[in-house]
Design a protein around this ligand. Structure first.
Ligand code: NAP
Length: 309
């Protein structure tokens, strides 16, 4: 199937273009970006012009930041195209719901991707936790914003999510592997002076069985980057490391670790998109974004030192 990529920035270049190139399902047939392009691929700086010029491209994959995403998605759905959304699926919950209604009316696929759910050991973690009683869940997501988001100003603007841009990856895994419904009860958001979004956040959750659930997201990490989820249960402790790439269960490492969580994530997302398009199905799970919205609604703010790249 022919597909168009919209928003040729870091994630489009590093993951989407190689995943499409390696896929038996997809052919990259056009790009839409105001500044970026992919060598050898027809390039447009306007989505409407691309949609009109290529009625044969039935699928559009959006890699723009969350705030402009709704406009692009609505335009593609209105033109009857299937749409794949980078995470988070939108800047607000309401615009995501609106997109779902549009997709349903147009009878096309809408896929809200959560790439971290496709990390190598997430399915194994989910299978092991099923049926066990959770007593404590601790998430530690500490990374260096300068290393992963160099010069990206949109992450500091309203709707850019700040540290929840990576934090929502942890939430996407937790909402996949923990079956019980949880909700945020407390949040502290540390916002750099003069910025609109947090550089760090700590969250507490209610868990129906009384498990103690806490998450720490911090973008000020020097040295080793930490993406860890530790779940204590009545049958011992499970630890997901490196964003879901590695797993230990009751102290024993699971087989099949890749060392890099991103390896395999995007090929699996594109394979899933191909299956969804085949039946016109919609896959729009808003649970991770709901927790982020709750943290912004409920969170206390503290002002911390200014941030510059
Ligand atoms: P990025 O490097 O800033 O690229 C986004 C591209 O979107 C820009 O190059 C820009 O291209 C286009 N764009 C259109 N409207 C824009 C606007 N109003 N403001 C800024 N850019 C606009 O961002 P990214 O890191 O690729 O992230 C894009 C999405 O992918 C985000 O939702 C992010 O959470 C997600 N993601 C990123 C990573 C990562 O490691 N970077 C990993 C997984 C997921 P033109 O100027 O050419 O139009």
């Amino acid at each position: 199937m022919k597909i168009a990529l919209v928003g040729i920035g870091a994630i489009a270049r590093n993951q989407h273009v190689p995943a499409i190139a390696a896929s038996p399902d997809w052919e990259l047939a056009a790009t839409v970006s105001r500044h970026g392009s992919v060598p050898g691929i027809p390039a447009y700086d306007d989505l409407g012009a691309m949609l009109q010029a290529h009625p044969d491209i039935r699928v559009v994959s959006l890699c723009v930041p969350p705030v402009p995403r709704y406009g692009y998605a609505a335009e593609a759905l209105a033109a009857g195209r299937h749409v794949m959304l980078e995470k988070p699926p939108g800047a607000t919950l309401s615009e995501c719901v609106a997109l779902e209604d549009m997709a349903r009316a147009a009878r096309v696929t809408l896929f809200a991707t959560w790439h971290s759910r496709e990390a190598g050991q997430v399915a194994a973690a989910k299978a092991w936790l099923a049926g066990k009683r959770l007593t404590r869940l601790r998430v530690t997501w500490r990374e260096d914003v300068r290393r992963w988001h160099p010069g990206q100003e949109w992450i500091w603007e309203p709707g850019g999510l700040g540290v929840f841009d990576p934090g929502i990856n942890a939430l996407s895994i937790v909402t996949e592997i923990v079956a019980a419904p949880m909700h945020v009860t407390e949040a502290m958001l540390s916002v750099p002076q003069g910025r609109q979004t947090p550089i760090a956040a700590s969250l507490r959750f209610h868990h129906p069985d009384g498990a103690e659930v806490a998450m720490e997201f911090d973008w000020r990490q020097d040295g080793d980057q930490i993406w860890t989820i530790e779940a204590e249960t009545d049958a011992g402790t499970l630890t997901l490391l490196d964003g879901g790439a590695r797993l230990t269960v009751v102290g024993a490492p699971a087989a099949g670790a890749t060392g890099d969580a991103l390896i395999g994530e995007y090929p699996r997302l594109y394979a899933r998109m191909a299956r969804l398009v085949a039946t016109g199905a919609i896959d729009l799970d808003l649970a991770p974004l709901r927790h982020v919205a709750d943290a912004f609604t409920l969170g206390r703010r503290e002002t911390v030192e200014p941030f510059d790249f």
